[in-house]
Design a protein around this ligand. Structure first.
Ligand code: ACO
Length: 434
C-alpha cells in the first residue's frame, strides 16, 4: 500500500470488547478506515449495500470530489484536458500516469492506429445477429469474442501481452462499434482509414458509404473527441468495479472488458443518456414539464428524471457543464437553431435547479442530460449512445484493470453477506410436502 501512514486509528467497540482499526490517508479525499483484518480479529463483517461507504481498492488514476464537482484524471482537471488535449492523449495519461511528450504521443497514436482493424472472421459474427439486435448486445458478444482471436495477448502475467491487449481494445472498440451500427442499418462495413485521427476515423466508419465521398466535419469530430475525453474514466463506478472483480479471478482482459460493457448497459449507468433522451421526447413541450417534475417527486411513482442525480456528485457534474457547451457547438455547426428537445432540456434544467425537492436532495444534471441531444444531432440513433460511452470508457476500464493486475497485494474479489435466509433444516420428501 502506498497510502501515507497515519498514527490515528478508529476504535470499534462491541459489548465489552474494543479493537483499534488503522486509518490511512490518500493524497486528497476522505481517509479510510482499514477493515481488511476485521473479520479475522472480531468475527464481524461490515454491511454496505451498494458500497456507498466502501473504498474497494487503492488507485492512482482518477479522483472525484462529488461535493465540489471536481474530476481529475491523474491529477489533471477534466476541464483542462477537454479544452487542450485530444482523446488519445487522455488515453495515454490514464494508462501511463503522465502526459506524453510529442514523441511518446506520436508513437502511441501510431500503435493505436495500426491496431484498428479487426480479424476479418469477426465479420461473420455480425451476420449471426438479428438486424434489430441492440448494439450493446452485439458489443458484449464481440468484445468477449476478441479473446477467441487474439490468443497472443491473453496471458495476464506478461506485461507485454497486457500492453498489446490494452492497445488492441482501445483501437478496435471504434471499429466494432461502427460495425454494430452499420449492421443495424443494413449498410456495408467501412474499414478503418489510417490517415484519419481516432475520432474522425470512427465517424467515417459510421457515416461513410462506399458509393460516395464522405468528409468528416472537424467541428463534429472535435466535439465527439471531447465527449470521449469526458467519459474516459470515472473512478470505481459500477462497470469499472465489474471489470476489476472479473479481472481479480485472472480472467483475460477481453473477457473483463466485455463484463464492463454488460454492466454499463443498465439504465441507471450508461443507459441513462438513452433514457434521458427518451424522457425529453416524451415530455415533448416545455408546458408539460411541471407534470413530469411532479411525477419525479411523487414517492408512489417510480418515475425519475433521467439525467439527474448521481451517486457521487452532490453538486453540478463538471462533465455536464462541458457537455452543455459542446451540445450548443454541435447544434450550431449543424445549423439546428430550434431543437424542441433542447428547449425542453434547458427549461427542465432551470425548473429542477429551482425546485425544493431537487435542491434538498442535491440532484443536479449529470453528463447524460445533454449528451443524448448532442449524439442524436450528430446522427447517432439512441441505441448507439451507450455504445459510444463503452467505446470511450474502455481506456478507463483497461487502466484500472492494469493497475489492479500490477498491484502486488491484489487478491480475488470476494465480498461476504448478511445472511437472512432459512436456518439449517432437513429435506422433506415430495410426497410429504403440503
Ligand atoms: N429523479 C427524482 N428523484 C431522484 C432522482 C431523479 N433522477 N435521483 C435520485 N432521486 C431521489 C430518490 O428518489 C431518493 O429519494 P428519497 O431519499 O426520498 O428516497 C434520493 O433522491 C436519493 O436517491 P438514490 O437512488 O438513493 O441515490 P443513488 O445515489 O443511489 O442514485 C442515481 C444515483 C442512480 C444516478 C439516481 O440519481 C438516478 O436514478 N438518476 C437517474 C438515472 C441517471 O441519470 N443515471 C445516470 C448516472 S450518471 C452515469 O452513469 C454516467
Amino acid at each position: 500500500m502506498d497510502a501515507t501512514a497515519n498514527t490515528a486509528s478508529a476504535k470499534l467497540t462491541v459489548g465489552d470488547k474494543s479493537w483499534d482499526l488503522p486509518i490511512h490517508d490518500g493524497t486528497i479525499g476522505p481517509q479510510v478506515v482499514d477493515i481488511s483484518k476485521l473479520y479475522g480479529q472480531t468475527g464481524l463483517f461490515t454491511y454496505d449495500p451498494g458500497f456507498t461507504s466502501t473504498a474497494s481498492c487503492e488507485s492512482k488514476i482518477t479522483y472525484i470530489d462529488g461535493d465540489e464537482g471536481v474530476l481529475l484524471y491523474r491529477g489533471y482537471p477534466i476541464e483542462q484536458l477537454a479544452e487542450n488535449g485530444d482523446f488519445l492523449e487522455t488515453c495515454y495519461l490514464l494508462l501511463y500516469g503522465e502526459l506524453p511528450t510529442p514523441a511518446q504521443k506520436a508513437d502511441f497514436d501510431f500503435s493505436v492506429t495500426r491496431h484498428t482493424m479487426v480479424h476479418d472472421q469477426m465479420n461473420r459474427f455480425f451476420t449471426g445477429f438479428r438486424r434489430d439486435a441492440h448494439p450493446m448486445a452485439i458489443m458484449v458478444a464481440c468484445v468477449g469474442a476478441l479473446s477467441a482471436f487474439y490468443h497472443d495477448s491473453t496471458d495476464i502475467s506478461d506485461p507485454q501481452q497486457r500492453l498489446i491487449a490494452s492497445i488492441r481494445m482501445i483501437a478496435k472498440m471504434p471499429t466494432l462499434a461502427a460495425m454494430a451500427y452499420k449492421y443495424s442499418i443494413g449498410q456495408p462495413f467501412i474499414y478503418p482509414k489510417n490517415d484519419l485521427d481516432y475520432t474522425a476515423n470512427f465517424l467515417n466508419m459510421c457515416f461513410a458509404v462506399p458509393c460516395e465521398d464522405y468528409k468528416v466535419s472537424p467541428t463534429l469530430s472535435k466535439a465527439l473527441d471531447k465527449i470521449f475525453i469526458l467519459h474516459a474514466d470515472h473512478e470505481q463506478n459500477a462497470s469499472t468495479s465489474t471489470v476489476r472483480l472479473a479481472g481479480s479471478s485472472g480472467a483475460n482482459p477481453f473477457a473483463c472488458i466485455a463484463a464492463g460493457v454488460a454492466c454499463l448497459w443498465g439504465p441507471a449507468h450508461g443507459g441513462a443518456n438513452e433514457a434521458a433522451l427518451k424522457m425529453l421526447t416524451e415530455i415533448g413541450h416545455p408546458e408539460r414539464i411541471p407534470e413530469f417534475v411532479n411525477r419525479a417527486k411523487d414517492k408512489n411513482d417510480p418515475f425519475r428524471l433521467m439525467g439527474f442525480g448521481h451517486r457521487v456528485y452532490k453538486n453540478y457534474d463538471p462533465r455536464a457543464k462541458i457537455m452543455q457547451q459542446t451540445c450548443h457547438e454541435v447544434l450550431s455547426e449543424l445549423g439546428i437553431k430550434d431543437d424542441p428537445l433542447l428547449d425542453v432540456a434547458i427549461e427542465l434544467e432551470r425548473v429542477a435547479l429551482h425546485d425544493e425537492y431537487f435542491i434538498e436532495k442535491k440532484l443536479y444534471p449529470n453528463i447524460d442530460f445533454y449528451s443524448g441531444i448532442t449524439l442524436k444531432a450528430m446522427g447517432f440513433p439512441t441505441d448507439m449512445f451507450t455504445v459510444l460511452f463503452a467505446l470511450a470508457r474502455t481506456v478507463g476500464w483497461i487502466g484500472q484493470w492494469k493497475e489492479m493486475i500490477e498491484d502486488p497485494s491484489q487478491r480475488i474479489g470476494r465480498p461476504r453477506q448478511l445472511y437472512t435466509g432459512a436456518e439449517r433444516r432437513d429435506y422433506v420428501a415430495m410426497a410429504k410436502r403440503k
